[in-house]
Design a protein around this ligand. Structure first.
Ligand code: FES
Length: 174
């Protein structure tokens, strides 16, 4: 089972963008240039285009928006959603807020960390999965809740989560 997962993880990791692309960031800046309050949407677009917000892009963004580098860096580090390192092929967010804690999210987290050999805030060694904490997914009635990429899963168990991470994504076992 673990060998099957390893193969799937390698295929997922192969498609992850990992580099800073000056031209893409410049195009995003251009697109949002005249929109008030544009820093957040720009950062979201950079992350969507590159998979993360590279440290090298901070100076370019600051110059383009006439902000200090500290201001741009402060926003990136304030919001959990902005990733400063390349993420995994898939992102698994595990809710750590009260309702989910009461329904076992700490145990779920520990089990998934052990299975993936990766802690919250880290990416698996093969780059296939990034594990993140999130604080309420609006699924409190179905705690514990997780999100895999854009898919919400309630009453999550380690088995469900691992199956959806590595089986449903490839369609090989469905
Ligand atoms: S507390 Fe986890 S979904 Fe609300």
């Amino acid at each position: 089972m673990k060998n099957d997962r390893a193969g799937r993880r390698q295929r997922q990791a192969a498609s992850v963008p990992t580099t800073y692309d000056y031209a893409k960031v410049a195009a995003i800046l251009e697109r949002w240039q005249d929109v008030p309050g544009n820093l957040l949407p720009i950062l979201h677009d950079v992350q969507e285009a590159l998979g993360f917000v590279p440290a090298d892009s901070v100076a370019q963004l600051a110059r383009g928006l006439n902000l200090s580098r500290a201001e741009v860096h402060g926003v990136i580090t304030f919001y959990h959603d902005f990733r400063q390192q390349p993420g995994g092929g898939r992102t698994l967010k595990i809710c750590q807020a009260e309702s989910c804690q009461a329904m076992g999210s700490r145990r779920l987290t520990a089990d998934l960390e052990a299975e993936l050999d990766c802690k919250l805030g880290e990416t698996t060694g093969d780059g296939a999965v990034t594990l993140d904490a999130v604080y309420c997914l609006g699924m409190c009635a179905c705690s514990p809740a997780v999100m895999i990429d854009e898919e919400l899963i309630g009453r999550a168990t380690p088995g469900d989560v691992l199956a959806r991470l590595f089986d449903a994504s490839t369609g090989e076992d469905s």
